[in-house]
Ligand binder design. Structure first.
Ligand code: NAI
Length: 734
């Protein structure tokens, strides 16, 4: 469908000629109401005339478009925006385009040459944009373009003043993109090349004529359209070509050792490495940029070897480069289904009409017809199945060496029994386990705009380890061992000879599960059952045993796949109830082999949940996490004291007010947790809202990022925040 700007009000500065005129005409042609601003001065900044803007307005009106002229200088930013409000009642889009040149070699640049250029380009863009900002914020829509130049990006002889102002606009844009994001205000920067009066002095006439300014406008229009989600980016554009630019950073080198001074000689000696762009990274935010610096601090302090920095080390010989891979997104996938897929899946995981209470999952006419909660893995698996992983930068892996290691599924509401679901996948982390690499793939699945479920696939790539990366991640949802006592309940179910043949119809077509010769190549005697099929058996066992087959009580499931199951074998699910968490372990009954380990299902409390768990909450989600931390300290406090050796104070806020205080003492005795401030002095105290605490604990927000963004305040020894991972890691996804 063509992009329409009907109803949008656009201000283009410096639109009396050159590029600006083309933008104004193009916006108007697509239905926008346009304010054509131009001071009408000459190229070096002097003079003033209304003719330039008037002419463009006439052109637009002659074609049936809507436009008004404004003759103010961009230095009167408010007046330009007022023109838009007076004429059209709103302002949606600002294209900062006005510009002049006062080229001089640097030695001859006068104060006036400098100031005029800064005033028109940088200060003008600031004043115009600031005047529009609050209007955009209130209406939760805004698109802003800054115009930079190759002279700013690369430097150009005789343009010191212009280069400085032009790259200043990029810096301005970068920050506006961040501040505007949550209001749907997007800001991008273009560096155009086009024949105009500004370039006719430096380009040959034929080039000026062929680099038409109309070859730039289409990019500007797309960036300003409501459909375009691009924000904070930089593009070069000209002659019908458009390209995107980004920063690249060498892996660098740590040139300091513990307890030794950092010297210029050490910098000199590592110079080649510092400047070597092999395996370079591409940081995209201050947080990412600072992360490696902060990591080096703790690496040096712990006496770690001097060498490449941690992210750098992780990019060695193998095809895996976490710095590049983490955060990468796979193309979104959609999954459309009806009751047929729900029923097929239920049969695939062993449901049967023999069991009367299975009918609600097998018969679409049943009054409580429902979809099994573990079906939540099905819509999300497409991203994995289509082999997209190996196409991502930094993940040069051999797909034949990939094993499904672990799975976590969390449901935010019961699954629908039909519809279209959309899944968005991204690489949450990449770990180095020595013998292999573990890729954590996070998949969020939506129905319309609503988040329905979250999956984390842990994919083990045999032989891809040894790249020097970290072994653990606070993004990983960890498996948990079952209690030591005998299980509280056991359920046994046999799989049929055709279980895998049936399960694969739900979308996992890997021949390993049906083709004997393919299975033989993988070293198996016969085709094996899908790990996610056993997962489905275990999930429904818990659902039946502890939740009366009520899907709305099912919150989450985590499993680690330990050994294969052959179709026809019997699965024995052992279950331990600990509050709303049911620990599970699954064996093959015939052999005794444990096939699912570290597994658990979290249920939503039953209506008759214990009064203790209800009052404990006091409305704070963090209370539950602290309760878990308390249990963990009881179990393995001495070990934690050895590892951590510090006292942590926590101040949890709610609606801006102090809501609870906690002290985690992992320094004295065998550790303790108590509610309230520490009577001595905590080594470090964190202040954080209840909500942000949960996002950190769940691994959705990195503590360092939380700190840099002001969500986590830290008093005391800030380096100790590195140890939070030890305390919080197992509580991810509580
Ligand atoms: P142009 O000179 O044809 O257009 C600039 C317009 O801005 C003129 O109509 C001028 O009257 C107006 N203007 C100047 N000062 C003003 C002020 N204080 N208030 C309001 N209007 C004012 O130049 P062109 O080539 O169309 O350039 C547009 C933008 O693109 C400029 O910001 C320029 O620096 C930038 N640019 C252009 C390149 C090119 O190859 N044409 C290369 C890189 C950047």
């Amino acid at each position: 469908m063509s992009l329409s700007f009907e109803g949008r009000v656009v201000l283009v500065t410096g639109a009396g000629g050159g590029l600006g005129r083309d933008y104004a005409l193009a916006f108007a042609e697509r239905g926008a109401s346009v304010v054509v601003n131009d001071l009408g001065g000459h190229m070096k900044g002097g003079g003033k005339s209304s003719a330039a803007a008037d002419k463009v307005v006439e052109e637009i009106r002659a074609k049936g478009g809507k436009a008004v002229a404004n003759y103010d200088s961009v230095e009167d930013g408010e007046k330009l925006i007022q023109s838009a409000l007076d004429a059209f009642g709103r302002i949606d889009i600002v294209v900062n385009n006005a510009g002049i040149l006062r080229d001089r070699s640097f030695a001859r640049t006068s104060d006036l040459d400098w100031d005029l250029i800064q005033r028109v380009h940088l200060r003008g863009s600031f004043l115009v944009t600031r005047a529009a900002w609050n209007h955009m914020k209130t209406q939760k829509f805004g698109r802003i373009i800054m115009t930079t130049s190759a002279a700013g990006i690369y430097g150009n002889f005789g343009q010191a003043n212009y280069s400085a102002a032009k790259l200043g606009m990029l810096g301005l844009s970068n920050t506006l993109a961040i501040e505007g994001r949550k209001y749907n205000i997007h800001c991008n920067t273009i560096a155009p090349v086009a024949g105009s009066r500004l370039t006719e002095t430096i380009m040959p006439p034929e080039l000026v004529a062929s680099l038409k300014s109309e070859y730039v406008a289409p990019l500007v229009l797309w960036l300003c359209h409501e459909q375009c989600q691009e924000n904070g980016s930089l593009f070069e554009v000209g002659g019908g070509w458009v390209g995107k630019l980004r920063w690249e950073r060498s892996l660098g080198r740590t040139v300091r050792q513990k307890n030794q001074a950092m010297t210029p000689e050490a910098v000199r000696d590592q110079w080649d490495k510092i400047c070597d762009f092999t395996d370079a990274t591409k940081p995209t935010s201050v947080g990412e940029s600072l992360q490696s610096v902060v990591a080096v601090l703790s690496q040096v302090e712990s006496g770690g070897e001097v060498g490449m920095n941690p992210t750098a080390a992780a990019a060695s010989a193998s095809g895996i480069n976490p710095a590049e891979a983490v955060g990468q997104k796979l193309p979104p996938t959609t999954f459309t289904f009806t009751h047929t897929q729900c029923i097929l899946y239920a049969l695939g995981v062993g449901m049967s009409t023999k069991d009367p209470d299975h009918l609600r999952f097998l018969y679409e006419g049943h009054e409580d017809f429902s979809c099994l909660p573990s079906f939540g893995v099905i819509p999300s698996q497409a991203a994995m199945m289509e082999g997209g992983l190996s196409s991502l930068p930094g993940l040069n892996i051999d797909l034949t060496q990939v094993l499904h290691g672990e799975q976590y599924l969390e449901l935010f509401k019961p699954l629908p029994t039909s519809g279209t679901l959309r899944s968005e996948s991204s690489i949450a982390d990449v770990l180095d386990k020595g013998s292999g690499a573990v890729i954590l793939l996070d998949v969020n699945t939506y129905c319309g705009g609503e988040l329905i479920c979250y999956n984390q696939f842990s994919v083990f790539v045999v032989g891809a380890g040894g790249f020097g990366g970290k072994r653990t991640s606070n993004k990983a949802v960890a498996p948990l061992p079952p209690p030591k006592r005998a299980p509280d309940a056991v359920m046994i179910d046999s799989t049929t000879r055709d279980q895998a043949a049936l399960y694969r119809l739900s979308g996992d077509w890997n021949p390993l599960h049906i083709d004997p010769s393919f299975a033989a190549m993988g070293g198996f005697k016969a085709p094996i059952l899908h790990g996610l099929c056993s997962f489905g058996f275990a999930a429904r066992h818990v659902l039946k045993q502890f939740a009366g087959n009520d899907p709305s009580r099912f919150k989450a499931i985590k499993v680690r796949f330990a050994k294969p199951v052959m179709p026809g074998q019997s699965l024995q699910t052992e279950m331990w109830k600990e509050g709303n968490r049911i620990h599970i372990q699954c064996r093959v009954k015939e052999t005794g082999d444990v096939v699912l380990t570290g597994a658990y299902v979290d249920l939503h409390g039953a209506p008759e949940a214990s009064p203790e768990s209800l009052t404990q909450g006091e409305g704070l989600q963090s209370e539950l996490v602290f309760a878990e931390i308390g249990r963990r300290i009881k179990d393995s406090g001495s070990e934690l004291v050895n590892k951590v050796n510090a006292v942590f104070g926590w101040e949890i806020t709610k609606d801006g007010k102090n809501a609870a205080q906690w002290t985690i003492d992992l320094k004295n005795g065998s550790g303790s947790l108590h509610k309230g401030p520490y009577t001595g002095k905590a080594d470090v105290t964190f202040t954080v809202s209840d909500e942000d605490f949960m996002t950190v604990v769940q691994g959705k927000l990195d503590p360092q990022k939380a700190f840099f963004s002001g969500k986590l305040k830290v008093r005391g020894n800030i380096m100790l925040s590195q140890k939070l991972e030890v305390i919080l890691k197992d509580y991810a996804k509580l």
